[in-house]
Ligand binder design. Structure first.
Ligand SMILES: Nc1ncnc2c1ncn2[C@@H]1O[C@H](COP(=O)(O)OP(=O)(O)OP(=O)(O)O)[C@@H](O)[C@H]1O
Ligand SMILES: [Mg+2]
Length: 259
């Protein structure tokens, strides 16, 4: 039996197809979020890689910010539930999940059975999200890939005190004009994102293992910053951008069995 999970986020669309609720037969990410083209392309690619057709899918669960925009989903579920489900499947020792996506950041506390104890979310502003890093990468005239490694050569952290993206952008421009190195600024940007997300994680009472997920977990600089703020190692989820879609596909399997 095949089930599908689709996570339509603000920055990207993710699709996972599962066989019998355990084997991943397709994982696709398209860097286009809410709207019709991103999810459609991600699904087309998933069908192509798996050699399956829509008719082969027993049940589809949609999650993410744009989950109500799909017409082929059988059910919609929250991102919190789907991330928790996906992470617990991949890392059963996870007790704290930090998810940083394109426009929000979340911290989820799990109990020993993968149930959600508590969650905290920042979806009010771009600060502390992937969008913040994208804006700063543009000011530093670099790509996300290069930006993620710039902090490794930093001699110190250029502090970014503003919690507003627009003001923080001005701060970065001003730092550059004072001659502060791009490396130091990149570390400052990563630390700023990390401290906001970790603030959410602390509110739930930090319990190990800490698993970092979402597209921003692909940024090694932010992973370093999160470990440094929490003063502990963090586990980066395998394929971090697609854990919500994986969780959705797992819920789809449970729903398909009840059908
Ligand atoms: N290869 C990469 N290197 C560094 N950062 C990356 C990479 N790919 C994606 N990102 C980061 O991931 C972010 C998008 O994350 P993700 O795809 O989880 O967001 P989303 O689920 O669409 O958004 P949200 O959950 O907030 O609605 C981008 O803003 C970018 O900062
Ligand atoms: Mg997301």
């Amino acid at each position: 039996m095949y089930t599908m999970g689709i996570d339509v986020g603000s920055a990207s669309s993710k699709v996972v197809i599962l066989k019998d609720g355990k084997d991943v037969v397709a994982t696709e990410v398209v860097q286009v979020g809410t709207g019709s083209t991103g999810p459609k392309k991600a699904m087309e690619r998933a069908f192509e890689t798996s050699g399956l057709k829509q008719e082969d899918i027993s049940f589809t669960v949609a999650t993410g910010y744009g989950r109500f925009s799909l017409d082929n989903a059988d059910k919609q579920m929250s991102e919190i539930s789907c991330h928790a489900k996906g992470i617990y499947f991949l890392v059963p020792t996870a007790r704290t999940i930090i998810d940083i996506g394109g426009q929000d950041a979340k911290a989820i506390r799990l109990d020993n059975n993968g149930g959600i104890k508590q969650f905290f979310m920042n979806d009010k502003c771009a600060a502390g999200t992937g969008r913040f890093i994208e804006v700063m990468a543009r000011v530093l005239e670099t790509t996300l890939d290069e930006m993620a490694g710039l902090d490794e050569q930093a001699a110190e952290t250029a502090p970014i005190s503003s919690t507003c993206t627009v003001f923080a952008e001005s701060e970065v421009i001003s730092q550059l004009s004072k001659g502060t190195s791009r490396n130091n600024i990149a570390r400052g940007v990563h630390m700023s994102v990390a401290s906001r997300a970790c603030g959410l994680a602390y509110r739930g009472g930090l319990e190990k293992d800490v698993v970092f997920t979402g597209g921003v977990a692909k940024n090694a600089g932010v992973v370093r910053a999160v470990s440094s703020v929490l003063k502990t190692d963090v586990i980066v989820a395998p394929n971090p951008q697609t854990t919500g879609a994986l969780g959705a596909a797992l819920f789809a399997y449970e729903a398909a069995q009840k059908k």
